[in-house]
Design a protein around this ligand. Structure first.
Ligand code: F6P
Ligand code: MG
Length: 410
């Protein structure tokens, strides 16, 4: 029997910090996060008091200090009050980068009165970005959902066909994690969207065939997705979900979603509903069938939408609450999407890039696969020769989202 650890088997290296000169974390805390706060001002109609506070937050990030969270009636307020104790009086750049980012997004919600009863309650400060991302990707989404329908028509015919479809859908779920609107920039024209060779050349670790075998041969019962972004990425993920359920390869799928807006585009339960409603009102009949199937899966309880404040917390994945860990125990496979979730899996630390992924995520109670395009300087499980090759061909390979991994731990 495989031993389950409480934390990574390997000793923990230091966290990433915004104070690391020349790092992507420094760029994020000192430039990208202020720009995001200012975009919230521009893209919403918040009051001038709120906008003044957002501007103050933006100004403070590069050299200023964390401010305490005021009790805004959010159910996670007591938890944040506790998390913050360790970093009282510190500068944004001096606290672990993952903490700085998660607290930054929570602070935006406090400033914009997201939880407080009143006119701004429940207003998603990133809604414009999310809607734009979804609407702008409709052509890609239509092509993909049409392809899923074709695969489903043939899915009863043979295992090999299912495996081929699953592998392609895993690739789409992976590349959906690239920045939405520039998703296919490397792949020129429409036809090349389905060009598997192009996709393959940019996958640095590819365990897709192990996943497709697990899902087709070893009778998986339930698959859990720890989701990432709304928009085209969510459509790609939902295509995979639909294929798994509609072909009866699995009985149930759980989607783990964020309980509040965060990291700009991260998906919440309402984003799944908004996405299916939007797809159901398009003019493409195949797309409408796809949206209707998703709605039927939700209504029948085969597709479960769940949220938990752990997913918006600053905690490492191995600090997962036992109730949620017990939930994941029921999964035949946990699919972890995206860069920030990958960083959480690794505790956002300076691991050796060749360290074993399995020796770090050995604390999870089920087989897992990470589908992640590289958008931060955190990575493990890569071979030295692969690193050498990619680093020679692309200097910003760790952060530009052009490279991906499909990393499986049984
Ligand atoms: O581009 C970097 C970044 O903003 C990181 O801060 C974060 O890890 C990531 O992007 C979010 O990307 P994803 O949506 O893939 O989690
Ligand atoms: Mg995200």
């Amino acid at each position: 029997m495989v031993k389950l650890y409480k934390a990574p088997k390997l000793s923990l290296p230091p966290s990433l910090f915004g104070s690391e000169v020349g790092s992507f974390s420094e760029l994020t805390v000192t430039q990208r996060m202020p720009a995001i706060a200012r975009r919230v001002i521009v893209e919403n109609n918040f009051s001038s008091e709120i906008n003044t506070r957002l501007e103050r937050l933006a100004t403070e990030l590069p050299t200023g200090y964390l401010q305490p969270l005021t009790n805004d009636t959010g159910v996670d307020f007591p938890a944040w009050d506790t998390y913050l104790k360790a970093y009282k009086g510190q500068r944004w750049i001096d606290v672990p980068w993952f903490f700085a980012e998660t607290y930054f997004y929570r602070s935006i919600l406090e400033i914009t009165d997201y939880f407080r009863p009143g006119i701004w309650q429940g207003v998603d400060p990133f809604q414009l970005q999310k809607s734009h991302g979804l609407e702008g990707s409709i052509d890609s989404a239509t092509l993909l959902s049409n392809q899923v329908n074709k695969w489903l028509e043939d899915s009863e015919i043979d295992v090999q066909l299912n495996q081929k479809a699953l592998i392609a859908l895993l690739y789409f779920a992976l590349w959906g994690n690239r920045v939405d609107l520039s998703l296919w920039s490397a792949f020129e024209d429409d036809r090349s969207r389905f060009d598997i060779q192009n996709q393959l050349a940019h996958i640095l670790v590819n365990d897709a065939s192990q996943i497709s075998e697990l899902l087709t041969i070893s009778e998986a019962d339930r698959v859990d997705f720890v989701l990432d972004n709304a928009g085209f990425e969510l459509v790609c993920d939902l295509c995979l979900v639909d294929f798994l359920l509609s072909s009866n390869l699995v009985n149930q799928v759980y989607l783990h979603l964020k309980p509040h807006p965060t990291f700009v585009s991260d998906a919440m339960i309402k984003d799944v509903h908004e996405t299916t409603s939007f797809l159901a009102t398009t003019s493409d009949q195949q797309m409408i069938f796809f949206a209707q199937r998703l709605e039927t899966h939700i209504a029948s309880g085969r597709l479960v939408l769940s949220e938990d404040y752990f997913w918006t917390s600053p905690l490492a994945f191995w600090e997962i609450p036992s109730s949620l860990k017990d939930e994941l125990t029921n999964a035949s496979l946990v699919i972890v999407k995206g860069d920030a979730n990958y960083r959480r899996l690794l505790g956002d630390r300076h691991w050796d890039i060749t360290a074993s992924f399995a020796d770090i995520v050995c604390y999870l109670p089920a087989p897992i696969v990470a589908l992640r395009t590289l958008k931060s300087e955190v990575a493990v499980g890569l071979k030295s020769e692969v690193i050498k090759k990619v680093a020679n061909s692309d200097h910003s390979w760790l952060t530009n989202g052009q490279w991906g991994v499909i990393q499986f731990v049984a």
